[in-house]
Design a protein around this ligand. Structure first.
Ligand code: DGL
Length: 277
């Protein structure tokens, strides 16, 4: 194994997602670790992953991880919940650098905050079907009540910027209706896009419900991991460098990304992780 000692401390942190959604994760990490350099890869040519099969999601995820590894990242973040659900174990097996995935981070956070061990997971169809969130929570809290709901229309609504639209409000109501009688105390947002709907979800379920956003949870884990391997914390260059690669139209990504991140991006390059090798 390549120990962290051999890694360049100012090497970038690599983050991949199926598209733009993982920018919620990048934003949270960049906020808590402003001195770090990042490379973000969004697989915009093959998004969405949320309705694809297990083998396809695994293949895409390994290709994305390989693409970032080849660029010399010191730590890898699997920002896509669907990718993490199907590839995390394999990615950890193949690549010997520290790896953080949104699912592990979200689960750890939910375990910390739940008051009555009644947790609902909201995620894509593939993530719900994988049962990865449900199993991780059940193993950690055998007596807990765990339920999961897939909300496939949330991703396009967020991408279309319909965050305050009546249609979005209605769909939030519709998807969350089964939770109303279940006395859920914690809702885990198990999809990159859902943090942008957190306000509507909170409104629908009431202020008493705790919302765990796996993007923020992931940022906490990255910080913790870097501190544990303090030899790979960037040594503070004042101009941290963020590089962006996508597998489809860079221009479209740049427009959406600047909106998601609320900051200007200098360039977005096109790269195809699938034909990289
Ligand atoms: N990034 C995906 C996730 O977090 C959502 C978008 C997709 O379906 O690819 O599950």
């Amino acid at each position: 194994m390549n120990g962290p000692q051999q890694i360049d401390t100012n090497a970038p942190i690599g983050i991949f997602d199926s598209g733009i959604g993982g920018l919620t994760v990048l934003k949270a990490i960049a906020h808590s670790l402003p001195q770090e350099n990042f490379i973000y890869f969004g697989d915009t040519a093959r998004v969405p992953y949320g309705d694809k099969s297990q083998s396809t999601i695994l293949r895409y995820s390994l290709e994305n991880a390989m693409f970032l590894m080849d660029l010399g990242v010191k730590l890898l973040v699997i920002a896509c919940n669907t990718a993490a659900a199907y590839s995390s174990a394999k990615v950890r097996q193949f690549f010997k650098i520290p790896i953080v995935d949104v699912i592990e981070a979200g689960v750890a956070q939910a375990l910390q905050v739940t008051t009555h061990q009644r947790i609902a997971i909201l995620a894509t169809r593939a993530t719900v079907r994988s049962e990865v969130y449900q199993q991780a929570l059940r193993v950690a809290m055998p007596g807990a009540f765990i339920t999961a709901i897939s909300c496939p229309l949330f991703v396009p609504l967020v991408e279309e910027q319909l965050l305050g639209h009546e249609a979005t409000r209605l769909l939030v109501k519709e998807y969350l209706a089964p939770l109303k009688e279940l006395n859920i105390d914690t809702v885990l947002l198990g999809c990159t896009h859902y943090p942008l709907l957190a306000h509507l979800i909170q409104e629908e379920l009431g202020q008493g419900v705790i919302i765990v956003d796996s993007a923020t949870a992931c940022a906490k884990q990255v910080k913790l991991l870097l501190q544990q391997h303090c030899s790979i914390v960037a040594t503070g260059n004042s101009n941290s460098n963020h590089r962006f690669y996508v597998s489809d139209d860079p221009y479209k990504f740049q427009q959406q990304a600047e909106r998601f991140l609320d900051w200007k991006i200098a360039t977005v390059e096109r790269a195809d992780s699938g034909v990289h090798h």
